[in-house]
Ligand binder design. Sequence first.
Ligand code: DHB
Length: 399
Amino acid sequence: MTAATSLPGHAQVGIVGGGPAGLLLSQLLHAAGITSVVLEARSRAGLERLIRAGVLEQGTTDLLTEAGVGERLRREGAVHHGIELRYDGESHRIPLSMLTGGKGITLYAQHEVVKDLIAARIAAGGYLAFEATVTDLQPGGDGPAGITYTHAGKAATLSCDFIAGCDGFHGVARQAIPPAVRREFLHEYPYGWFGILVDAPPSSPELIYARHARGFALVSTRSATLQRMYFQCSPTEDAQGWRDGDIWRELEQRLATRSGWRPVEGPIVQRDVVSLRSFVCEPMQYGRLFLAGDAAHIVPPTGAKGLNLAAADVRTLAQALVAHYHEGRSDLLDSYSGRCLQRAWRAQRFSSWLTTLLHTDPTQPDFEARLQLADLQHLTSSKAAATALAENYVDLARH
Ligand code: DHB
């Protein structure tokens, strides 16, 4: 995209990582008249193809709209007002909107959000470099911050007032916080998710989260012609080792109801296995460096919170930077990490709870199964319990 030679040597904010967090931050700063440069290691095509989750909370939809990228989302995104919890051969609807004063979720794939943001940044003439490798970060302190990187075969340095580390779990930004200051919390779950994209119309008008003795299964959707489904597997499962017919038999068994429900089958056009982990880095800021999104925290995917949490960090960071530049205030920047971590741990609690509620634990299957069924019966018979689930599911990241 942009040639290294045409990138400036200074920006108010240097953004490491051009995934949804980095792009959204750059877009929000641009709207407030604050300059930024986004440095992304991957190619544009690689980013725009990356299949991730697709559930947007209302607060995320609002933020994307405020950032000027809400138009296609509003046109193509599907608003859902409920989800199904399925166990013991029965489905139970959780009426999300009814329980939360009318709030819902929007199904719109993360890579579509990324496409919209890239197009908006380029249309606005923003500095956005793909295939740029960051080699060193200077998080500053009293002096200016800096980012050393290579792009198009040339080494360069960007000096900036602030650095936003938006380069994901495997990124380099977090490493710039000295180990003596940094504390990392990691929990790895003893299972993974086998995900498929299917060329077929939706099997269900709403998402289905299923608990079964053979393991968790999830029915989601992408469009009128493309479905997304997942089932619990070993974290080291080889996705290519499965025949299509075996995938369908597994999904059918886990999703079966007494009334004979079956998924709509079709050609499996993509498959992947992801491992499940919870991760939090404390603090999320050091000197002039601020982490946002997966660079600072990973949640297991069951509550679909990852992108929503990243967007919430970005909203908090953009507000703090605007207060700094426009009002000369530093209090919002100073309290950034504390405020984001409070939300991140709430999302961690919810995602971890929903994960253990629905997955078979291979290390203690019988005891866990009884606890899961007790919890599920409570959720599907108590309005208070269902409301707690609904509030967290549709609107956790707003706070
Ligand atoms: C999807 C992913 C999730 O993690 C989830 O909880 C719901 C839906 C999805 O990819 O559509």
